[in-house]
Design a protein around this ligand. Structure first.
Ligand code: ADP
Length: 398
């Protein structure tokens, strides 16, 4: 038995979950938010209790200290040494990492080298890594990459049709994201629904505030929707997803705005927020649509159309599908959005929705018995994947 902590260090936050492994028992979880502010927020959930404090948290090191101090004060651990491994979520692993690795000097060097591909998260991952390393010098540290699962894609699925020298010189290609989630979902789907199917073909729809789909065959990623960065693919809460690249040049000419400003708008002011003019949260879009708000209806339909089109494309890419799965914030919680998507693929793929199941909660099959393809909802769990890899590192089998 060993305690392992899965952490996700963002530029101003640290999310964490402490596990007892290999039992996969969640001991506690929480987050540190507003790092760099006088009114930072520290929270922890343990044994049904929730504790929250507002206090100055000027850097990540202070955040890490708060987490560890709380673990001891609340008698969750007797000493820091009890935490044997720290698993860091890292968004971008580029072409270097196709699986989780020990966070050693080489890994650190490569994560730093990849900063231009992920300027938002990579520096924060490194800051978080150093803060934990200082506080827990004896714990094994590993890096778990969002991109790793997608490294099995073939060139025709990841090369962009740009001058090839850019692909080579600048490593400009599709990397995808949400790989840890798609990997977890593919494993869970196989265990729960596809035990007897060889070389199973899964279309995985991780749709939340960030959304991506993956075409998975025999547990390996064949294709995914996100691109060089998480801006690609389907439309999202605030991101555009795929568009004609000339939109950038045209809007820059029309508005006089610099491409960096527009790029920021494509990331933070587009998607559901941009189209609806109301909200990036699909709960607001759903209620807006129910009240007849035309822009909310348009935003919802646009999203459903894009997800449906990718499902169709992946059905062809995989030569059929044994299972379509929905997960993440929208996929797990919104029967309304799932139906909106399924209505757009049901005729072509012979899918029959079980409306009652679709309107209930939790992991379940939402297709009717006479549906040609089984459709399921599976809650994702990226943290447990990180904890599993931590334990493998401790056992020497990573
Ligand atoms: P993240 O990408 O930040 O991990 P999540 O996967 O948790 O996000 O998704 C959060 C999003 O899921 C919310 O912004 C909201 O759009 C959507 N969502 C969550 N619950 C519901 C719900 N009950 N109905 C519709 N949409 C929901």
């Amino acid at each position: 038995m060993a305690k392992c902590i899965a952490v996700n260090c963002g530029s101003s936050s640290i999310k964490y979950k402490l596990y007892e492994m290999p039992e996969e028992k969640v001991i506690c979880s929480g987050q540190v938010e507003r790092i760099g502010h006088e009114d930072g927020i520290f929270s922890i959930k343990f044994n049904g209790q929730a504790r929250k404090e507002i206090l100055p948290i000027m850097d990540h090191a202070v955040g890490v200290e708060l987490i560890l101090k709380a673990l001891v004060e609340m008698n969750i651990i007797a000493s820091f040494d009890e935490i044997k491994a720290v698993g860091h979520r890292v968004v971008q692993g580029g072409k270097y990492f196709s699986k989780s690795v020990i966070f050693d000097d080489y890994c650190e060097e490569k994560v730093a080298e990849l900063i231009p591909l992920d300027p938002l998260h990579a520096p924060a991952h490194l800051t978080g890594f150093h803060a934990f390393k200082k506080a827990l010098p004896n714990a094994v540290a590993i890096a778990v990459f969002d991109t790793a699962f997608h490294q099995t894609m073939e060139a025709e699925d990841y090369v962009f049709p740009i001058p090839y020298e850019y692909t080579e010189k600048y490593a400009c290609r599709r990397y995808g994201a949400h790989g840890t989630s798609h990997n977890y979902l593919a494993i869970k789907a196989k265990e729960d629904y596809l035990k007897d199917v060889d070389d199973e073909r899964i279309i995985s729809c991780h749709i939340g505030s960030g959304s991506s789909l993956a075409a998975i065959r025999g547990g390996k990623c064949v294709a995914t929707t996100m691109g060089l960065t998480p801006l690609g693919g389907v439309m999202m809460g605030t991101r555009t997803g795929d568009m004609d690249p000339s939109v950038m040049d045209y809007l820059s000419t029309c508005t006089g705005k610099d491409v960096h400003v527009l790029y920021d708008e494509f990331n933070k002011k587009s998607g559901f927020l941009g189209v609806s003019g109301k909200s990036n949260d699909t709960r607001d879009i759903e209620s807006g649509a129910a009240e007849g708000d035309e822009r909310c209806i348009l935003a919802a339909n646009l999203f459903a159309r894009r997800v449906a089109d990718f499902i169709g494309s992946y059905f062809v890419r995989l030569g059929g599908a044994d299972l379509i799965l929905f997960s993440a914030g929208i996929g797990e919680n919104s029967g309304w959005f799932r139906k909106l998507i399924i209505d757009r693929i049901s005729d072509a793929l012979g899918i029959v929705l079980d409306e009652e199941a679709n309107n209930s909660r939790g992991e379940k099959v939402i297709s009717a018995p006479n549906s040609k393809i089984k459709v399921v909802v599976i809650p994702t769990d990226e943290e447990v994947m990180i904890a599993r890899d931590c334990y493998k590192a401790l056992e020497g089998t990573l």
